[in-house]
Design a protein around this ligand. Structure first.
Ligand code: C5P
Length: 234
């Protein structure tokens, strides 16, 4: 089965700019991530249009609310035909289970993953919101809670992937941003890993934005990344 490992982050302000990139990409070679900015600007119809043109779409809206509301949002998202969607693990077990039930009751049954701790947070910002557990331990606890709730995986840094892969087994889906091909601009990412390193560390799918979206020839960069990764894809 064709299962592209690269998820291109469509971090654009409007559908026109996003479409300019999408028209240069092949759904057999990559998937697409739509986050809060593009979703808020371009709406669900845009997501449906991407899904209809055969792209696997990761709808990255990180739902976090009461279980009933999250479940209904997950039903609506599933009905757009997306391949993957996500919630915040810190919404708790009941919320994640409600989300999972909603996704499983849909006809498209997308993968459901959870965000553990946002990588923009550090020990200090975690303490500020009343969590005094060590950050790495907190990530692992939330990932275990996600697995127990029956979800398919988590978003995590590739640097966390090795531990999570060991602790949570080979079937758990690890989706990792913060990826930079050798020689690429780091942008604002600080802890970066190359695509092949991320796969070797146990990542299932790689979220890559600017190295592809800002390139003069995005399809060529994607091609090079896929070639680099070939040996690591099981
Ligand atoms: O352009 P770049 O490759 O840095 O984009 C990475 C994408 O992954 C962006 O959409 C960003 O919001 C997302 N992301 C991230 N780090 C996280 C979680 C998500 O960079 N920890």
């Amino acid at each position: 089965m064709n299962d592209p490992k690269i998820i291109v982050a469509l971090d654009y302000a409007d559908a026109t700019s996003a479409n300019k990139l999408v028209s240069q990409l092949d759904p057999k070679l990559c998937r697409l991530k739509v986050g809060k900015e593009l979703f808020t600007a371009a709406g669900p119809q845009f997501v449906e249009q991407l899904a209809r043109s055969n792209f696997g779409v990761f709808l990255d809206l990180k739902f976090h609310d009461i279980p009933n509301t999250v479940a209904k949002a997950c039903t609506a998202a599933s009905n757009l035909g997306v391949w993957m969607l996500n919630v915040h693990a810190s919404g708790g077990s009941e919320m994640m289970q409600a989300a999972k039930q909603a996704v499983d009751a849909s006809s498209s049954k997308p993968l459901l993953i959870a965000v553990t701790v946002l990588t923009s947070m550090n020990q200090h910002t975690l303490n500020q919101v009343g969590i005094h557990t060590n950050l790495a331990e907190h990530v692992l606890n939330l990932a275990k809670l996600t697995q127990l709730a029956g979800l398919d995986g988590v978003v995590c840094s590739a640097l966390e992937a090795k531990t999570l892969r060991t602790e949570l087994g080979s079937q758990f889906c690890l989706v990792t941003p913060g990826i930079r091909p050798e020689n690429a601009n780091k942008d604002d990412q600080s802890r970066i890993v190359t695509p092949s390193e991320a796969l070797a560390l146990g990542s299932s799918y790689l979220v890559i934005g600017r190295p592809i979206t800002q390139a003069p020839d995005p399809a060529k960069v994607l091609d090079n990344i896929i070639s680099e990764c070939r040996a690591y894809i099981k």
